[in-house]
Design a binder for this molecule. Structure first.
Ligand code: KG4
Ligand code: ZN
Length: 351
């Protein structure tokens, strides 16, 4: 089954063609980062308008790259949420219009399920069950995964997401949006041990996270450095490293607990922050002590992309799940409400 996948939940227009027999055929991404950089974050209305401009040309480009025609498409998957409502509506409208015109099934996919399953696009994909750490700009969650749609939430952030904390730290250090990769690059030049930041909520049992206190701690450190005679390049790098180390250690401690609590021997990391090199290294070192494996997608499939939506949608479309005639667009949507593949409907929101 040839599936067109469409991602428009935030600031990237992503499109991919995934064949359930042949695998990923082609994918394309148009990033709006430069457009939003002047504003220090995503401006929702500008995001929607740019998806309108970019989505159809990107669909045509991906078809050309894959050597396929529109009429070859046998199913369409689009991100139905969570995300920015206007941005989601663009992808949902195009998906439903195209599906109606071609007479093929259409399905709204959960964005975080897309992230979660992205490592399945790589060689040596993880087998079920596994523990997944989902770390993006909007989510930080630990999930036990027994199969597609079989998700048990083990813990989550009670306030800021890890990616959001990276983005806010970047702002404090005068770096552009999105901050994660820029903080990571600056941290490369940092002096280990010059600052030590707290590892929030690791001193008590449980698998929840909190990053808002760490953000305040970072801000206080930045301000103290300024007051003490200037925040030079080295101090900024040292703060970036202290912040990154605190996030990595915190995530690693919680992942170790989750592996121990579930007895799982596989850890999947997904979402934008899973592209972080220090995080990958920290988790791999921890997991090897437990004789567990760590699985992640190539960096371009850690951040938002169409391939993960095409893949997740393909599994569900193949199982017979599909939307009714209504476009599904849900800004907030808990992932553990998703049905398994055995259930006939994608979600309670669909006709
Ligand atoms: O998954 P994603 O592309 O979008 C959401 O669904 O939110 O994640 C974006 C987030 C941003 O907060 C960005 O700063 C962060 O992922 N990020 C990183 C890295 N690359 C992206 N954070 C730390 N290190 C990175 N290398
Ligand atoms: Zn995402």
């Amino acid at each position: 089954m040839l599936i067109l996948g469409i991602e428009t939940s935030c600031d990237e227009t992503g499109v991919a063609l995934f064949d359930t027999n042949e695998g990923l055929l082609a994918h394309g991404l148009f990033s709006q980062i430069d457009m939003h950089a002047d504003y220090g974050g995503v401006v929702p209305e500008l995001a929607s308008r740019d998806h309108v401009r970019k989505l159809l040309p990107l669909c045509d480009q991906v078809l050309v790259d894959a050597g396929r025609a529109r009429s070859d498409i046998e199913g369409i998957a689009y991100t139905a949420g969570p995300g920015l409502i206007g941005a989601l509506m663009v992808g949902g409208s195009v998906a439903h219009a195209l599906g109606f015109a071609l007479g093929v099934p259409v399905l709204g996919v959960h964005h975080m399920e897309g992230h979660l399953l992205a490592p399945m696009l790589e060689e040596n994909p993880p087998a079920f069950p596994f523990v997944a750490l989902l770390v993006s700009g909007g989510h930080t969650q630990l999930v036990r995964v027994d199969g597609i749609g079989e998700y048990e939430l083990l813990g989550e952030s009670v306030d800021d997401a890890a990616g959001e904390a990276f983005d806010k730290t970047a702002k404090m250090l005068g770096l552009d949006y999105p901050g994660g990769p820029r903080v990571a690059a600056l941290a490369e030049k940092g002096t280990p041990g010059r600052y030590r930041f707290p590892r929030p909520m690791t001193d008590r049992p449980g698998l929840d996270f909190s990053f808002s206190g760490l953000k305040t701690y970072t801000l206080n450190t930045v301000n103290a450095a300024k007051d003490a005679g200037g925040l030079d390049e080295q101090a900024r790098a040292d703060i970036a490293l202290a912040f990154e180390s605190a996030v990595v250690d915190t995530l690693t401690i919680k992942c170790r607990r989750a592996l121990e609590a579930t007895g799982c021997k596989r850890l999947v990391i997904a979402g934008g922050v899973s592209a972080n090199r220090r995080l990958r290294a920290g988790l791999e070192a921890m997991a090897s002590k437990l004789s567990a494996g760590v699985f992640y997608a190539r960096p371009e499939f850690c951040t938002d992309n169409g391939a993960m939506i095409a893949y997740a949608g393909a599994q569900r479309l193949l199982a017979g799940q599909r939307d009714g005639e209504r476009i599904v667009a849900v800004p907030r949507w808990p992932m553990n409400t998703l049905p398994s593949l055995a259930e006939p409907r994608m979600n309670g929101l669909v006709d």
